[in-house]
Structure formats: structure tokens, C-alpha cells
Design a protein around this ligand. Structure first.
Ligand code: SAM
Length: 201
């Protein structure tokens, strides 16, 4: 009888600890989102992932950054597709690399879980950093799903750091001072994830 009481006590304790941890992550994330990130965690709809991956046009040895990667769904899907495409058929040299930069605890936690679940983590790197402070000069491809203000704040940094020919795909939000080379209408009737703006730097 006593052992059962102890087991119940331990289970309740673990449960309370888990609830406390989840609440702490949620509260810290909310504060981070409001005061630091200024762009909420709204993941891109899963149904537009194929169009995003296609528009990226990854090639051998590409390095894709998702700036504010959220739960890393774009990176995980791009890694999955490139693993089974001709891109990475041919040994290590053709490996594409995927880098996610995320500042906020909750999406970062979800990103780690998604990458672990995908079983394809060797070429996906997550950085718990501020995207405005990371060196982006290694990127060949960039994905963004930010807000107009963040896009405009980012443009001078991109123009300074990116190699000529770097391809950037922005979902739904464009730069006010740079023309896209292409606009893809995803025909989503004004829902989230309606347009892809493609830029060459
Ligand atoms: C709209 S969500 C997009 C998530 C993901 N890219 C996607 O398409 O599913 C924007 C993400 O950017 C992150 N973020 C915003 N500002 C950031 C910053 N300065 N540094 C790093 N991450 C940031 C937010 O926490 C959020 O997860």
C-alpha cells in the first residue's frame, strides 16, 4: 500500500513538473515574441511546402537558411526531398546543408522535436540566435516568412552579406525597396501562404 502511495506521489510530482516546464516555456516564448522577435510564430501552411521547395531550386552543395525557422518544417521537408532526389544521390560531396535561425524558445523546442522525429538531422543545424545578428554570407538560398517591417529591416544586411546569385524566397511579404524577379500565386484565396516572392541578390 505504501509503495503504491509513493508511486502515485512521484507520478503527480512529475506531472506537475511537466506542467510547470510547459508553462514556463510558453510564458518565456510569449515575452520573447512580443519584445524581441516582433514577428509571431505562425508556421507556413503545410500544403504550400511543395511549392516552396520547388521554388527554392536547391542544387548540389546548396546552403539553405530559414531566417526565423519556427518549427523547422521548411528545412525538414527540404531535407527530406533533397535526400530522395537526384541531388544527394552521389556521395557526401553533393550534400545540401540546412540552417535554421530561431530566437524564441517554444518554436525552437518544436523544431528540435521535428528534426529528431524526421531522423534526418545530420545536415540540419539549428541556431538559437537573432537572425539580424547572424552572418549570412555562406547562404546560397534563403527562406523567410516574416513581416513587411522585418523584411525591410533585413534588406540592408542581406545586400551587404549575401553572395551574388543567392536566391531568396519570401512567403507572403515582400521588400518595399527591391523588386522580386518572380511572383508565384499559390491560388489560396487570400489565406496564409498565398504568394511566394522570389529574389536574386
Ligand atoms: C511567421 S514565423 C515563420 C516560421 C517558419 N519560417 C515557417 O515558415 O514555418 C516567424 C518566426 O521567426 C522567428 N523570429 C522572429 N524574429 C526573429 C529574430 N530576430 N531572430 C530569430 N528568429 C526570429 C519567430 O519566433 C517565428 O518563429
Amino acid at each position: 500500500m505504501e509503495i503504491i502511495s509513493i508511486i502515485i506521489f512521484v507520478l503527480i510530482f512529475v506531472l506537475l513538473l511537466a506542467i510547470l516546464l510547459a508553462t514556463a516555456i510558453f510564458l518565456v516564448s510569449t515575452v520573447e515574441m512580443i519584445f524581441i522577435a516582433k514577428v509571431p510564430f505562425v508556421p507556413v501552411p503545410k500544403m504550400v511546402l511543395p511549392e516552396i521547395i520547388e521554388a527554392l531550386k536547391l542544387a548540389d552543395r546548396s546552403i539553405l537558411y530559414d531566417l526565423g525557422c519556427g518549427d523547422a518544417r521548411v528545412l525538414v521537408e527540404a531535407a527530406r526531398v533533397s535526400k530522395y532526389s537526384k541531388l544527394s544521390e552521389d556521395s557526401k560531396s553533393s550534400k545540401v546543408r540546412f540552417i535554421g535561425i530561431e530566437k524564441v524558445a517554444l518554436p525552437l523546442f518544436l523544431a528540435k522535436f521535428r528534426i529528431w522525429r524526421s531522423g534526418n538531422s545530420s545536415n540540419i543545424l539549428l541556431k538559437n540566435k537573432n537572425l539580424f545578428k547572424e552572418d549570412l554570407s555562406q547562404a546560397t538560398h534563403i527562406f523567410t516568412y516574416l513581416l513587411p517591417k522585418a523584411m525591410d529591416d533585413l534588406l540592408p544586411k542581406l545586400e551587404r552579406e549575401l553572395k551574388p546569385g543567392t536566391r531568396l524566397i519570401s512567403c507572403d511579404f515582400k521588400f518595399s525597396n527591391k523588386e522580386p524577379t518572380e511572383i508565384i500565386d499559390l491560388k489560396r484565396n487570400k489565406k496564409l501562404g498565398s504568394f511566394l516572392y522570389i529574389y536574386e541578390f
